[in-house]
Design a protein around this ligand. Structure first.
Ligand code: CA
Length: 230
């Protein structure tokens, strides 16, 4: 099965360069030069991955990310997103992760590196498909192979990274995991994100699976160490 990568990038040269590398690596590609077109293609063509430039005319990358993740009824809400950013500030990266991006690459970047990151993301998703199992905790049900999570029978939309962190916590129930361990277990050693991104995922997960996210009963913070699924 050929995977399709949607590249949303207004700088034509960069877009073509990225497209060429992905096609040489065996992917199909779609190109959009602005946020509005990109969002439309994401919603109508259901790509397997979105490469999203942060600085776009009109609708910018953060708007597009928010709109994709906010489309609760659509399959596309769960599509992996890698952000391209020229901004090096940590806060900008964390905003991207907060909005549901799964990874980011800082410009200038090598397209080879970008393709490697995409492959790493797909490897993680494939790993779940190969290990069919369900994990249950009360009314929380995780069907790992189907990448499906429900709470009290209602489906939850988790991004690939939120899902990976939840599965890592559940597989190590009762054990305290440091941020570094969680990144290693959930995202793999080739993930280059910040350790603080773990805090973002935990916050997002709590909003989705805790009755009172401010007083979490499932995912506990162990001060100075990390997190534990109780
Ligand atoms: Ca741009």
């Amino acid at each position: 099965m050929t995977r399709t990568v949607l590249i949303i990038e207004d700088e034509h040269k960069i877009a073509q360069w990225v497209q060429t590398y992905f096609e040489q690596a065996g992917f199909a590609t779609l190109l959009a030069a602005d946020g509005k077109t990109g969002l439309m293609l994401a919603q109508t063509k259901t790509p397997d991955l979105v490469i999203l430039d942060l600085n776009l005319p009109g609708l910018d990358g953060l708007d597009v990310c928010r709109a994709i993740r906010g489309d609760k009824t659509a399959v596309v809400a769960q599509v992996p997103i890698i952000m391209l950013t020229a901004r090096v500030e940590e806060t900008d990266r964390l905003i991207g992760l907060e909005l549901g991006a799964d990874d980011y690459v800082t410009k200038p970047f090598s397209p080879r590196e970008l393709v490697a990151r995409a492959r790493a993301l797909f490897r993680r998703l494939d790993r779940y498909a190969e290990a069919p199992q369900t994990i249950q905790d009360g009314d929380l049900l995780v069907e790992v192979d189907a990448h499906h999570v429900s709470l009290g029978g209602a489906a939850l939309d988790l991004t690939p990274n939120q899902f990976a962190v939840l599965v890592a916590l559940l597989e190590n129930r009762g054990r305290v995991l440091s941020r570094a361990q969680l990144i290693e277990l959930a995202l793999g050693h080739d993930y280059e994100g910040l350790e603080r991104s773990v805090d973002v995922y935990i916050r997002q997960l709590r909003r989705k699976i805790e009755t009172d996210p401010a007083n979490p009963q499932r995912i506990q913070t162990v001060f100075g160490v990390g997190y534990r699924y109780v």
